[in-house]
Write a protein that binds this ligand. Structure first.
Ligand code: HEM
Ligand code: HEM
Length: 184
């Protein structure tokens, strides 16, 4: 079998650190929301891992541009809708018939569904979590009359709702990670 390398070393290192920090944030964030562990401990853990994931994200952001890996997140696919439909059909039905995916990772690093999920994760949902998290750490930077209602309430609500959305993306991401051709 031919061996192809599509995940460079830096994305792997970033990915391990990011994954661990995300799990810590999910645990401490859930604990903050439902009062599962000591408030003091959960808050310290959440802020420590929140600042760390912010730094890791900034490194990812720069390295993704500098290495050119970003092109896979915004690649244009030929016959987009036809292939998107075929991919949905694959994930919702054909996969259970043990058919192989049509996507060739040598040609397209991410299949269309994977690309949409990875791009939304890295360029919309995670940055919004980081931004709302930081705004809660330094609430005074927002003009008090900006949202008309308590601005920290709006930011905290957005942070919590996107926490749920990020978790759904994460579950889809884990599932997709178990499918497709074995690549390295
Ligand atoms: C990326 C994954 C993250 C998840 C899943 C997550 C989840 C949560 C949850 C569920 C809460 C409780 C909200 C509530 O019930 O009011 C929370 C609060 C908070 N988060 Fe996050 N968060 C994440 C990232 C971050 C980041 C990156 C930062 C900062 C850099 C941050 C800073 C905060 C702060 C300051 C609070 C408020 C704590 C308090 O109640 O005083 N979070 N987060
Ligand atoms: C902790 C558990 C995690 C596991 C087991 C996991 C698994 C995987 C696998 C198998 C891949 C390669 C296949 C693919 O692209 O789908 C991958 C890539 C990727 N994952 Fe995860 N993941 C985890 C957490 C996360 C989190 C929390 C994020 C972001 C919030 C994330 C973002 C990404 C991105 C952006 C890629 C593509 C990296 C590249 O451009 O080379 N992963 N992950």
């Amino acid at each position: 079998m031919k061996k192809i390398t599509i995940y460079p070393l830096w994305t792997r290192i970033w990915h391990i650190i990011n994954g661990l920090l995300f799990l810590l944030l999910l645990l401490s964030g859930t604990s903050l929301h439902f009062g599962l562990l000591s408030l003091n401990f959960s808050l310290k853990l959440h802020i420590f891992s929140g600042i760390s994931i912010t730094i890791a994200y900034l490194i990812f952001f720069a390295a993704n541009i500098l290495s050119g890996n970003i092109r896979h997140y915004f690649a244009k696919h030929e016959h987009f809708f036809k292939h998107l439909k075929a991919e949905y059909k694959y994930y919702l039905w054909n996969i259970f018939l043990k058919q192989r995916t049509q996507n060739n990772p040598e040609k397209n690093k991410f299949s269309i569904v994977r690309q949409i999920i990875n791009a939304k994760l890295m360029y919309f949902v995670l940055p919004l979590m980081i931004l709302t998290g930081i705004l809660m750490l330094v609430p005074d930077v927002i003009d008090k009359s900006f949202f008309q209602v308590s601005d920290i309430w709006v930011i905290s609500l957005t942070h919590t709702i996107f926490g749920y959305i990020l978790t759904i993306f994460f579950i889809l991401h884990l599932y997709l990670g178990t499918t497709g051709k074995k690549v390295s």
